[in-house]
Design a protein around this ligand. Sequence first.
Ligand code: SAM
Ligand code: SF4
Length: 469
Amino acid sequence: MFNRKFYLIVNRKSCLIVNFGPDPGSSHGGSNQKISTEMISEIIRNKIAGKFFGQHEIKFQNIIPQDSSIAQNFKELDETGLYLHIPFCNQICPYCPYNKELFHEDLARNYAAAVVREVKKYAALMAGKPISSFYIGGGTPTTMLGKGLEEILDAVFKNFNMRCSIHIESHPNHLSNENLDALKSLGVKYLSVGVEALQNRHLKLLERPYTENEVKDFVSRAAGKNFECLNIDFIFDLPGQTISEVEQAISSMIKLGINQAATYPLFRFQYTRFGKELPDKRNILSTMFRRRKFLKVIEEIFYGSRFERSSVWAFTQKGMDKYCSVTVPSYLGIGASGSSYLKNMFYVNTFNVKEYIRAMENNNSPIALSFDLSEKAQMAGWLYWRIYETKFRKSDFQRRFGQSIDKEYGTYFSLMEKIGFLQNGQDLINLTDRGAYWIHAFEDFFSIDYINKLWGTSKTNPWPEQIIL
Ligand SMILES: C[S@@+](CC[C@H](N)C(=O)[O-])C[C@H]1O[C@@H](n2cnc3c(N)ncnc32)[C@H](O)[C@@H]1O
Ligand code: SF4
């Protein structure tokens, strides 16, 4: 997912929203129960946000940061990550929450020209600041292969101080020999493929345009190209899916030569077709426990095949560099819906592709909303990301904020250690499998609601006045 990413919270690979429908077994009226559950959740969320963020509401406003403040933020950073959003797909999947629309070559070419303009604008503000991670997400970035992607990459590498390789998302149907070679010659070293499911009945439900045999061929062809890391995305907890189907699918993928898998449960985003037509009839607890059961089996298969956990939902072959979204705490997001987190400011470009292009053509800012982060909010954001990666060093926090992480969060770490969620070392904090699952469930509690509001509104209104999370 994700961006992946309040990119603080809205990460490409973590920004997932769940719409837990009413419990059909409840004797209360469905909608009353939903209202009260939502109200209680909202109160809890506000309380916790107030505690961790030091702000009771997170208010995005249509205030465009001055170029001079953006430049000052870059100046104060040692390095930055880069996220490029490609908002086009050849199909619109019924479950997908991301900012995308159907691919049209003319629109894509205009989009490429607009992104090149944005790159040049930032080059002037960044003054050679090193970029240490580069992630291209979507939509489906490979829709633009041979149709503008090359021009964008050329501008990125000519105008920015790139010190990293490219991580890119792709669709199985785009993995022809020709496309794979083109990706390699563009410098792509880390490739992700949205496989999603293997058995034909699940592919059909998800409306994926390929069969089990076809997708196996695509993945094994990609594996033969020796990328530094080949990741597949896989969705579990599909309606009617059995544990043994998941075991079978993952074992097959491992045999085909993947280096990493990001495994997500199916989330029902309220504003997608599945969110409306395929609501989850289970209550929140049974959903969570069922997912935990699936994840336990997934963990067993990966651990038994020399993979290790590299984030809450991802498993990477031991010794391989992981495929991932932005890896540094601050990042610049370009393109429609690209979001940037620079030290104390977070801002989001308009989601609307035509409006984004128009803004760039007219030399206007594509930024639609911004939000200033207090020091406390920056710390909470930092911790969110590190927890997501399942291990981190306390000394990195000290270096970033000039104060001890134990002073700020020590009580929570001790509590989490007692209930078996983490190992609290002298410097290293390591989440256990149990902790990884429950902490992510807790984080989703925020992401779900926040993204629903931020993305839901931004999708329908290109220039919202404000959004309060
Ligand atoms: C941008 S897509 C991947 C690339 C490409 N567009 C494709 O579909 O093959 C990002 C990933 O998010 C995950 N995803 C999207 N919607 C989801 C949902 N409702 N629940 C769980 N995972 C989802 C899928 O695994 C998907 O591969
Ligand atoms: S192809 Fe990928 S990005 Fe596009 S709608 Fe489907 S899941 Fe979403």
